[in-house]
Write a protein that binds this ligand. Structure first.
Ligand SMILES: [Zn+2]
Length: 491
């Protein structure tokens, strides 16, 4: 097992490990109970930052060095020691970018490259995620003969068929360029699907062959670009394809990868779902691979971009994780502008699953407010927040109480802190209208009125302005989730 930064190649500049630990202890962030375990439950604790289409300030697109530093400080104070990131290459590639987005995409690459250095200074390792069959749209549109046959393409995503020989030079060109951009990363993680992959007749003839070839070629490429980088392979969501296609191929894929890489397979990490019972993590562990569990706390397809403190989910999941003995875990994040607190709560839980929900609530509140008085106000609000989402039939008076607690919390803070936490009262105000909606689903006139109020509120906020049209369009769906209780789905 390891202490906080064990396994890192990047001690912060000029700091010894002893000084680093002293500095971490000096943060007002984490209560002593949570810093006490000498051996965390999960050795590698990561955040997977998925970079979607720009929706600032919810997404990272406008972040400068100060904003990145603040975020990375929150992550390290929450005991994360890994950061993973994925860039949607269809619209955000630097290779063959759409002329309209060329400058924006370049800035994004520069920002993420700078982030890697900032993370290293804090002792964090960084992994770049990529899906070789997923293409920049401008390039893909020019080569219709290479298009994949898979539902992602029908949903509008530009994917290539890896059984066409000409696809390979495109895949290599695009991803050599992207891997070079992030050559200072400590790891590269290959995804076959989601979005990407192909299920044409040729690909299905020997379904694991194009996957094994991707693993081989791109591991080789990543080693040429960065010899010290770890290589990881995601099996998400092979289990789902197995069910739909009625073809079992996940175990065969693991066996072929093991055979192909020989003893080196022990250095390769397989990543897969923590939540789906069909996940291949245990099969990978039995075969000697390293294993990293993916916790999908933010669901891309749901429009719910408001805070959701997931004490209940974390309590159940982290206990299973600790017992399973995987090498690491990483939690999904899409809109840190409104959900960084969700993420930090996960980090604290991964560090010490024995901590009670109240301890976790207080610690994460102290981390964000920096002030015990404000943390004492916010911690019970976070527990109430979760209950309003999970339990169904939420009470409007409780949602009003939640908004009051959020407003009282930030009233206790300095102007600067208050500006940084503006998403908190804004999210609580949105929750108040959503809860009213949950109680008014059968009243069409009231629903029209509430939807208009919801949209006007979002438009008036700093955090959710750009999201207002989508938020209003999804108002009914979100209110329905709250009415029924959102226990089965996590996001
Ligand atoms: Zn194909």
């Amino acid at each position: 097992m390891e202490s906080q930064n064990a396994g890192s190649d990047h001690p912060p500049q000029g700091l010894t490990r002893r000084q680093l630990l002293a500095r971490a202890a000096a943060l007002p962030a984490v209560s002593s109970e949570l810093t006490s375990p000498s051996a965390p439950a999960v050795a590698e604790r990561g955040v997977y930052l998925n970079v979607p289409s720009p929706l600032p300030p919810l997404t990272i697109h406008d972040w400068d060095e100060r904003e990145w530093s603040r975020y990375l400080d929150l992550l390290t104070a929450s005991r994360f020691n890994r950061l993973y990131f994925y860039l949607w290459q269809n619209e955000q590639s630097d290779f063959a970018a759409d002329p309209a987005h060329k400058a924006r995409n370049r800035r994004l690459h520069e920002s993420l490259r700078k982030m890697i250095g900032l993370a290293h200074r804090r002792g964090m390792k960084v992994t770049f995620l990529f899906c070789p069959t997923f293409m920049p749209r401008v390039l893909w549109t020019q080569r219709p003969e290479l298009h994949a046959d898979i539902e992602y393409v029908r949903a509008g995503f530009p994917c290539l068929c890896p059984s066409r020989p000409d696809s390979w030079s495109l895949m290599r060109d695009v991803y050599r360029h992207e891997l070079e951009w992030f050559r200072q990363a400590d790891g590269f993680q290959l995804w076959f699907y989601d979005p990407g992959g192909c299920m044409c007749a040729e690909c299905r003839r020997d379904i694991t062959a194009p996957l094994v070839r991707q693993a081989e070629e791109f591991r080789e490429m990543s080693r040429r670009i960065q010899p010290r980088a770890e290589f990881q392979i995601s099996l998400w969501p092979v289990w789902e394809w197995e069910s739909r296609l009625k073809i079992r191929y996940g175990l065969e894929l693991l066996d072929r990868l093991k055979e192909r890489f020989g003893e080196a397979h022990r250095e390769i990490a397989i990543t897969d779902s923590m939540d789906d019972p069909r996940s291949f993590l245990n099969a990978a562990k039995e075969r000697g691979f390293r294993t990293q569990a993916f916790l999908f706390l933010t669901h891309v397809e749901t429009p719910f971009l408001f805070l959701f403190p997931q004490f209940d989910y974390l309590k159940r999941t982290v206990a299973r994780l600790a017992a399973a003995g995987y090498s690491g875990a990483f939690v999904h994040s899409l809109t840190p502008g409104s959900k960084a607190l969700n993420t930090c709560l996960s980090g604290l839980a991964l560090w010490n699953p024995a901590a009670s929900e109240d301890e976790l609530a207080y610690s994460v509140s102290l981390l964000f407010t920096g002030k015990p008085e404000a943390a004492r106000r916010l911690a019970p609000a976070l527990r109430l927040w979760e209950r309003l989402i999970l339990e169904g039939s939420p009470k409007p008076e409780e949602a009003r109480e939640l908004r009051r607690q959020a407003e009282e919390t930030i009233a206790l803070l300095s102007d600067e802190r208050r500006r940084r936490l503006i998403w908190l009262p804004e999210s609580a105000q949105a929750m108040e209208i959503l809860v009213e909606g949950a109680a008014s689903l059968n009243d069409p006139t009231q629903m029209v009125r509430l939807t208009a109020r919801f949209r006007a509120l979002l438009e008036s906020t700093h955090t959710f302005r750009a999201y207002a049209p989508q938020g209003a369009a999804e108002f009914r769906r979100m209110a329905q989730w709250l009415a029924g209780g959102w226990r089965r789905e996590h996001f």
